[in-house]
Design a protein around this ligand. Sequence first.
Ligand SMILES: [Zn+2]
Length: 133
Amino acid sequence: MNGESEVRYVRQGEVVGKKVVEQRGYIVGEVKDLSFKLSEDRVELALTIKYGDTERDIPWSQVKSIGDVVLLKVEYEPPVKAKPEVAKPEVTAPPLVAKPQPAPLTPKICPNCGYPNDPKNRFCIKCGTKLPE
Ligand SMILES: [Zn+2]
Protein backbone atom coordinates (compact mmCIF):
# COMPACT_ATOMS: atom_id res chain seq x y z
CA MET A 1 0.00 0.00 0.00
CA ASN A 2 1.18 3.46 -0.64
CA GLY A 3 -0.33 5.14 2.37
CA GLU A 4 -2.41 7.60 0.43
CA SER A 5 -5.55 8.17 2.38
CA GLU A 6 -7.72 9.51 -0.36
CA VAL A 7 -8.03 8.78 -3.98
CA ARG A 8 -8.34 11.85 -6.05
CA TYR A 9 -8.38 12.08 -9.75
CA VAL A 10 -6.63 15.03 -11.15
CA ARG A 11 -7.40 16.33 -14.54
CA GLN A 12 -4.59 17.34 -16.73
CA GLY A 13 -6.03 20.77 -17.21
CA GLU A 14 -6.03 21.23 -13.46
CA VAL A 15 -2.31 20.98 -13.16
CA VAL A 16 -0.89 22.11 -16.44
CA GLY A 17 0.33 25.64 -16.15
CA LYS A 18 0.57 25.58 -12.39
CA LYS A 19 3.69 26.64 -10.65
CA VAL A 20 5.62 23.86 -9.01
CA VAL A 21 6.96 24.66 -5.58
CA GLU A 22 9.39 22.39 -3.82
CA GLN A 23 9.50 21.69 -0.13
CA ARG A 24 11.42 24.76 0.89
CA GLY A 25 9.29 27.07 -1.17
CA TYR A 26 11.34 27.54 -4.27
CA ILE A 27 9.51 27.64 -7.53
CA VAL A 28 11.13 25.00 -9.63
CA GLY A 29 9.08 25.40 -12.72
CA GLU A 30 5.67 25.19 -14.21
CA VAL A 31 3.75 22.09 -15.10
CA LYS A 32 3.93 21.52 -18.79
CA ASP A 33 2.42 18.12 -19.08
CA LEU A 34 1.58 14.91 -17.36
CA SER A 35 3.79 12.05 -18.36
CA PHE A 36 3.53 8.35 -17.93
CA LYS A 37 6.25 5.89 -17.42
CA LEU A 38 5.34 2.34 -18.10
CA SER A 39 7.09 -0.19 -15.95
CA GLU A 40 6.55 -3.92 -15.82
CA ASP A 41 3.43 -3.99 -13.78
CA ARG A 42 2.32 -0.46 -13.34
CA VAL A 43 2.09 2.98 -14.74
CA GLU A 44 4.05 5.66 -13.09
CA LEU A 45 2.88 9.17 -13.43
CA ALA A 46 5.16 12.11 -13.57
CA LEU A 47 4.83 15.79 -13.95
CA THR A 48 6.82 17.29 -16.72
CA ILE A 49 7.81 20.68 -15.55
CA LYS A 50 9.38 23.43 -17.48
CA TYR A 51 11.58 26.19 -16.28
CA GLY A 52 12.87 28.41 -18.99
CA ASP A 53 14.21 26.03 -21.58
CA THR A 54 14.79 23.26 -19.10
CA GLU A 55 12.34 20.44 -18.72
CA ARG A 56 12.36 17.66 -16.22
CA ASP A 57 10.09 14.99 -14.93
CA ILE A 58 9.03 14.76 -11.35
CA PRO A 59 7.63 11.42 -10.23
CA TRP A 60 4.13 11.63 -8.92
CA SER A 61 5.33 10.12 -5.67
CA GLN A 62 7.13 13.38 -4.97
CA VAL A 63 4.01 15.45 -5.28
CA LYS A 64 2.64 16.42 -1.93
CA SER A 65 -0.46 18.30 -2.87
CA ILE A 66 -2.02 20.23 -5.63
CA GLY A 67 -3.68 23.48 -4.85
CA ASP A 68 -3.01 26.85 -6.31
CA VAL A 69 0.43 25.48 -6.92
CA VAL A 70 1.83 22.01 -7.11
CA LEU A 71 3.63 21.38 -3.87
CA LEU A 72 6.39 18.83 -3.74
CA LYS A 73 7.48 16.92 -0.70
CA VAL A 74 11.07 16.89 -1.75
CA GLU A 75 13.75 19.50 -2.07
CA TYR A 76 14.85 20.46 -5.49
CA GLU A 77 17.72 22.58 -6.43
CA PRO A 78 16.24 25.85 -7.52
CA PRO A 79 17.03 25.92 -11.18
CA VAL A 80 19.61 28.26 -12.46
CA LYS A 81 18.05 31.30 -13.94
CA ALA A 82 17.13 30.54 -17.48
CA LYS A 83 19.72 31.76 -19.87
CA PRO A 84 18.13 33.41 -22.85
CA GLU A 85 20.80 32.27 -25.27
CA VAL A 86 23.35 29.66 -24.48
CA ALA A 87 25.24 29.82 -27.71
CA LYS A 88 25.77 33.51 -27.47
CA PRO A 89 29.45 34.28 -27.82
CA GLU A 90 31.14 36.23 -25.11
CA VAL A 91 31.13 39.87 -25.90
CA THR A 92 34.57 41.13 -25.21
CA ALA A 93 34.99 44.73 -24.42
CA PRO A 94 36.67 46.66 -27.18
CA PRO A 95 40.35 47.21 -26.46
CA LEU A 96 41.02 50.52 -24.88
CA VAL A 97 43.54 51.66 -27.38
CA ALA A 98 43.41 55.39 -27.68
CA LYS A 99 43.90 55.56 -31.35
CA PRO A 100 44.04 59.16 -32.41
CA GLN A 101 41.49 59.55 -35.07
CA PRO A 102 41.52 62.46 -37.42
CA ALA A 103 38.73 64.79 -36.73
CA PRO A 104 35.88 63.96 -39.02
CA LEU A 105 35.92 66.32 -41.86
CA THR A 106 32.70 68.04 -42.40
CA PRO A 107 31.73 68.02 -46.00
CA LYS A 108 31.33 71.23 -47.81
CA ILE A 109 27.72 71.53 -48.66
CA CYS A 110 27.17 73.02 -52.02
CA PRO A 111 25.20 76.23 -51.64
CA ASN A 112 23.57 75.59 -54.98
CA CYS A 113 22.55 71.94 -55.02
CA GLY A 114 23.25 70.82 -51.47
CA TYR A 115 25.68 68.10 -52.45
CA PRO A 116 28.11 67.23 -49.65
CA ASN A 117 31.46 67.72 -51.29
CA ASP A 118 34.84 66.63 -50.09
CA PRO A 119 36.18 69.47 -47.92
CA LYS A 120 39.19 69.69 -50.17
CA ASN A 121 37.07 70.47 -53.16
CA ARG A 122 36.89 74.00 -54.30
CA PHE A 123 34.04 73.44 -56.65
CA CYS A 124 30.99 71.28 -56.35
CA ILE A 125 31.62 68.06 -58.20
CA LYS A 126 28.00 67.83 -59.04
CA CYS A 127 27.03 71.21 -60.33
CA GLY A 128 30.32 73.08 -60.50
CA THR A 129 29.32 75.90 -58.17
CA LYS A 130 32.23 77.45 -56.31
CA LEU A 131 32.24 76.21 -52.76
CA PRO A 132 32.83 78.51 -49.79
CA GLU A 133 36.30 78.28 -48.30
ZN1 LIG B 1 26.48 71.76 -56.35
